[in-house]
Design a protein around this ligand. Structure first.
Ligand SMILES: C[S@@+](CC[C@H](N)C(=O)[O-])C[C@H]1O[C@@H](n2cnc3c(N)ncnc32)[C@H](O)[C@@H]1O
Length: 275
């Protein structure tokens, strides 16, 4: 069915979605779009694109379902454990020392495309342990285009089995279990806030010490990836860190903006004065 979707029809759908939601699908890879639209058509038992457009016009719940289908939300606590181990042992201590040396007390980390918040809370757990007794105030901002994902993130309550991905020491310290659910303890949750934000079109955060944007830009067209990376460049403070997903990389025109520090965990550092 994917191949039978004509480019003009997809463009009509993109325009309609843009007029009704905050999602501009023009930035997403056409193959991803075709696959996701076809899947929704299959779920609704519709084989003709015109019929599917009529379904979108008449049924607001389908607009929501398609948005959810395209903005894939898969995530977990400490996803790619080696990334968090590296940050904990080789990056965060240095960031804290640097702040102390400069006489600064605020440390800001932006988790962009944070889905339901597990990534933001994972980094906040590392920070909570490391800032203790240093006088540093850490703040993690989690953002996502999905309002529903941000609401769940803010709640900070998850099915108990999700906590199994959290290293034992952190789980014992920072997770409260309550029957079938688990929640984040206030010592960690008070460091984190969430906000709806579209990384294509909303102004980037300012003066972040680190941006995590993992498993998000992989779904974007190359031109839009570069736009987003440029936004992260301006969001970062001098020599700030950028972390992408394992299958993502800085490329194209953005190449001159960041220096790779660890290829295996896709950790980059902002190059001074390159913009
Ligand atoms: C696969 S999840 C990644 C979650 C987390 N970063 C991780 O790696 O586990 C991708 C997230 O990107 C969000 N997203 C997609 N397009 C976005 C956009 N234009 N602006 C902000 N978030 C976006 C989706 O809503 C989804 O929650």
């Amino acid at each position: 069915m994917e191949k039978s979707l004509k480019t003009g029809q997809i463009e009509d759908l993109i325009m309609y979605m843009k007029s009704r939601t905050n999602l501009d699908l023009a930035g997403y890879r056409p193959t991803t779009l075709r696959r996701r639209i076809s899947h929704r058509m299959m779920v609704r038992g519709i084989s003709d694109m015109e019929d599917y457009m009529n379904c979108l016009y008449s049924d607001p719940s389908e607009l929501k379902n398609l948005t959810e289908e395209i903005t894939i939300k898969v995530t977990e606590f400490f996803r790619d454990r080696d990334v968090f181990e590296y940050l904990d042992s080789r990056v965060i201590p240095g960031m804290i020392e640097d702040k102390i040396e400069k006489g600064q007390s605020g440390l800001t980390i932006w988790s962009a495309g944070c889905s339901t918040g597990e990534e933001a809370y994972s980094i906040a757990m590392l920070l909570a342990a490391r800032i203790q007794g240093t006088g540093i105030r850490a703040r993690v901002l989690g953002t996502d285009i999905s309002e529903q994902a941000c609401l769940l993130a803010e709640k900070g309550q998850y099915p108990a089995e999700k906590a199994l991905k959290i290293p034992d020491e952190m789980r014992n310290k920072y997770i409260m279990k309550n029957g079938g659910t688990c929640s984040i303890c206030p010592r960690v949750s008070k460091l984190v806030s969430f906000r709806v934000h579209n990384i294509f079109s909303d102004p980037p955060l300012k003066r972040a010490d680190m941006v995590l944007c993992r498993n998000v830009i992989i779904h974007f067209k190359h031109s839009h990836r570069e736009e987003v990376l440029n936004n992260f460049y301006s969001a970062l403070s001098e020599r700030g860190f950028l972390i992408l997903g394992k299958s993502e990389a800085v490329s194209g025109d953005s190449y001159g903006l960041f220096r790779i520090q660890s290829p295996s965990i896709k950790l980059y550092r902002k190059i001074k004065g390159s913009a």
